[in-house]
Unconditional design. Structure first.
Length: 141
């Protein structure tokens, strides 16, 4: 799990992720435009579309569930501005959920990569976290 504050220096990394994942949210895109105008990171860091192989599902405007297929680069394997959280493409898919909260000024991403025999565990982790994020909380710390 990774969390970025939208009202501190974390906004720079968060804005590039938000630009890729929350293209259909006017409020999210307004936030991205504001960070772009600051000119602190290159404009090319704000990708205009999701990774081609990723599958995205939006339970709400500010919550997205994603899956990066095995062997592919995507939000599931992206460095996300913290080398300690880099997941290289591998023979296993990465699934996750991202939630954007302007009330709490934060972006939260939870990613799981589990072998086939533990898929039910990964599914349950993401289900629980989705329930929490949809109510504005987090289950995993």
């Amino acid at each position: 799990m990774q969390t970025w504050a939208l009202d501190t220096s974390g906004r720079l990394a968060a804005a590039s992720i938000i630009a890729r994942l929350f293209r259909h949210s006017a409020r999210a895109q307004s936030f991205v435009a504001q960070v772009k105008r600051e000119g602190l990171i290159p404009a090319e860091d704000f990708a205009a579309s999701p990774y081609p192989a990723d599958r995205l599902h939006y339970p709400s405007d500010l919550v997205v569930e994603f899956s990066t297929p095995a062997g592919n680069r995507g939000i599931g394997t992206e460095k996300l501005f913290d080398a300690g959280h880099l997941l290289q493409p591998s023979r296993l898919a990465v699934r996750g959920i991202a939630a954007l909260s302007f009330d709490d000024d934060r972006l939260v991403i939870v990613r799981v990569r589990v072998p086939p025999n533990l898929e039910p565990v990964g599914t349950e982790i993401l289900r629980l976290e989705r329930e929490c994020l949809m109510t504005g909380a987090t289950c995993i710390n």
